[in-house]
Write a protein that binds this ligand. Structure first.
Ligand code: GAR
Length: 206
């Protein structure tokens, strides 16, 4: 972080367990980590990730997509909640709702996602089942900028893991998750340090 630069104000969006959120919370325990999580927003009520945020003293909001009449109304409420928190940047950390181009455009180059595969391979859902089924030797995880096309934006950081003989989706998911918990805080740090720029469909890290 540049000396005296204020910490990056981050909104984290979740839908469930929140282990990636926890990895960011843990990173923020280090006074030198250049990020402050200003809000955690879940589209699903009652999930474990909300408990993790509350335990860390972070403001939480639930914006239950089922309570809205259509995607636009949901996304407007989401945008309003993020903006009201003062967040400058958004991290999708296990946020399992597709976002439209309208919402994505408002946070262009200011929103990242973590996905449990080596993108551009295995976009979408049920990644680990498909990787094991296909007999892949390697899998991994990716942090990327969010663009309107699902799991398709410029890639910031990836980590690769072996697929071991006898793996099932659960054992592979656990191995990949360990790496997610490293690369997500690392990617957010690079962004907060102003070391990440987007050039077309590529990311440049300086
Ligand atoms: C993580 O494996 C994340 O990569 C994945 O959901 C899990 C959330 O776990 N995200 C996606 O599949 C998004 N397409 P967490 O709630 O414990 O962080």
């Amino acid at each position: 972080m540049v000396a005296n630069r204020a910490k990056l104000k981050l909104a984290v969006l979740i839908s469930g367990r929140g282990s990636n959120l926890q990895s960011l919370i843990d990173a923020c325990d280090d006074a030198d980590y250049p990020v402050e999580i200003v809000t955690v927003v879940s589209n699903v009520p009652g999930v474990q990730g909300l408990d993790k945020a509350e335990a860390a003293g972070i403001e939480t909001t639930v914006i239950d997509h089922t309570a809205f009449d259509g995607r636009e109304a949901f996304e407007n409420a989401l945008h309003d909640a993020i903006s009201a928190s003062g967040a400058e940047f958004v991290c999708l950390a296990g946020f399992m709702r597709m976002l439209t181009g309208g919402f994505v455009g408002k946070w262009r180059d200011r929103m990242i996602n973590i996905h449990p595969s080596l993108l551009p391979d295995y976009k979408g859902l049920h990644v680990h089942e498909r990787v094991v089924e296909a007999g892949e030797k390697f899998s991994g995880c990716t942090v990327h900028f969010v663009v309107p096309d699902l799991d398709s934006g410029p890639i910031i950081v990836q980590a690769k893991v072996p697929v071991e003989p006898g793996d099932d989706a659960d054992t592979l998911a656990a191995r990949v998750l360990d790496e997610e918990h490293k690369i997500l805080p690392e990617a957010v740090r690079l962004i907060a340090e102003d070391r990440v720029s987007v050039d077309g469909d590529r990311v440049i890290i300086t």
